[in-house]
Design a protein around this ligand. Structure first.
Ligand SMILES: [Zn+2]
Length: 111
């Protein structure tokens, strides 16, 4: 599990760098008339990274309900759409008792 978190961190960096290059690349595209394919290529990379990061997150982390202590995982869709209340915390609805609360993420095997 430790390695997966490392992979996730590395991927986040690659994602950040790719977006930076992409923004910087816009200038080059306008200035030097880069082909549209370069732009589309970047977009595809960004999208793939974005989904992979969220997929990894949904696989690695579990959330604990503060009310009933029920532990649960969320789907990739939920990971993308749910509101990030704080670093490592999301506003989620407990699947067991239905309470809506800020829940902290923690790695699955960390007990
Ligand atoms: Zn609950």
């Amino acid at each position: 599990m430790e390695t997966k978190i490392k992979i996730l961190q590395v991927m986040k960096w690659i994602y950040f760098i790719t977006i930076s290059i992409f923004i910087f690349g816009f200038w080059f595209i306008i200035q030097y008339k880069w082909s549209l394919y370069v732009m589309v290529g970047f977009l595809v990379v960004v999208l793939v990274l974005y989904f992979t990061i969220h997929l990894l997150r949904s696989k690695i982390y579990v959330y604990t309900c503060p009310k009933c202590q029920h532990q649960f995982q969320i789907s990739i869709g939920k990971d993308i759409t749910s509101y990030n209340a704080q670093i490592g915390g999301k506003v989620l609805v407990c699947p067991k008792c239905g309470v809506k609360e800020v829940m902290k993420a923690k790695p699955k095997d960390d007990k």
